[in-house]
Design a protein around this ligand. Sequence first.
Ligand SMILES: Cc1cc2nc3c(=O)[nH]c(=O)nc-3n(C[C@H](O)[C@H](O)[C@H](O)COP(=O)(O)OP(=O)(O)OC[C@H]3O[C@@H](n4cnc5c(N)ncnc54)[C@H](O)[C@@H]3O)c2cc1C
Length: 386
Amino acid sequence: MQGPTDRHDVAIVGGGLYGAAILFHLAKAGTDAVLLERTHLADGPTGRSSANVRLLYTTPELREIAAQSFEITTNFRQLVGGDNGFKRVGVLYGIAPDEAAAFEPLVERLAQEGRPIETRTVEETRTLVPGFDLDGFALTVWEPTSGYADPVGTTVGFADAARLLGASVRVACRAEAIEVDRGHVRGVRLAGGGRVEAARVVVAAGPWSRAMLEGVGRSLPTFPERHAISLLSAPEGSRGVVPCVWSDRIRRYYARPEGDSLVLLGGTTSQTRQVSSADELEPAVSLEESAEHVTRATPCIRALGDLGIRPGYASVYDMSPDGFPIADAVPGIKGLFVMAGTSGHGYKLAPAMARLVADLVRGRRSSLLNPFRIARPFGPTGELAA
Ligand SMILES: Cc1cc2nc3c(=O)[nH]c(=O)nc-3n(C[C@H](O)[C@H](O)[C@H](O)COP(=O)(O)OP(=O)(O)OC[C@H]3O[C@@H](n4cnc5c(N)ncnc54)[C@H](O)[C@@H]3O)c2cc1C
């Protein structure tokens, strides 16, 4: 079906956090851009994100991107606009004995770089989390100014700010195919008719990015992996049970307050697995699966055992083979870019990573993007999820 043609310099496919943030940075730089979202903003994994925000990364590029993002996240209203719901509750990691030797010098280096992060002895940690049983941990790492945010508010904040700067946002608008002619991007064909003519297209469609690129004969080594979130009712106050974002590196789960009266638990369960497509995901979380989270966490946070389990939800991590994002120009197709594979830890990186991608689209490649090339040797994962 032939429909109307819209013209922009850049079209972005995907109205999750990355698409919205790239749109904002392009608009701020004066580039005419349109965001195409098949349903509504943050409808994909972004809307299910725990949105934990931390600074602790091992590779220098991710440390820098996390730090630059942190600056935007913690000053969102002034630097972007709107409300990203950031809660500065602090992030605390319980470090296993076999990891202590690696974490101590890393945290020291981050602290020397001026990041608000420190190691604490188990004894020094007790006052931060009075109800926790910290037996078995070698030490803890404390980020006093980190926390968690609202992923939907963040996405809408970026999109609204972009609109105010003149960008277009089209929801209920599914990109059907990227149009390529003789090695150059020409635009995007829309489902139900119509097209957007654009010489540059950014695919930021999370776990749907792979299929979009397959449509132009390019492969992306990403895969969707199901992850569950459990919610517990804490009517006496969530922060009395879990005062901060807590990452237990022995038992591999995380816990945090979710507003005033819920506690949120995440981490792998027996149902964590690669799924064939993000559209075939079972979003419900059974009582049994939530009970797995609770059983894992109660040796440390005993009070969780007394809380009622509320319905949780599942979504997918858009995984890359090494757990690092993919942010690059697509080889062989001039004008095509991809931002995907954020592997379960993309919320906290998005504000600055999206700025780097917007710069790339505008012809300025930062060396900070070097580790995230689409064609790279994918080794085993080296980063912490969430
Ligand atoms: C359960 C869970 C917990 C997480 N917790 C954390 C955390 O604590 N901290 C952290 O840093 N990160 C976390 N993450 C990761 C983070 O949420 C993601 O990295 C980030 O949200 C990815 O955003 P995105 O924009 O790349 O993708 P998505 O959110 O997948 O957005 C892609 C969008 O593209 C749209 N789309 C798809 N196909 C088309 C099409 N053909 N046309 C138009 N639109 C299309 C979709 O509808 C969707 O809205 C978590 C993720 C999950 C699932």
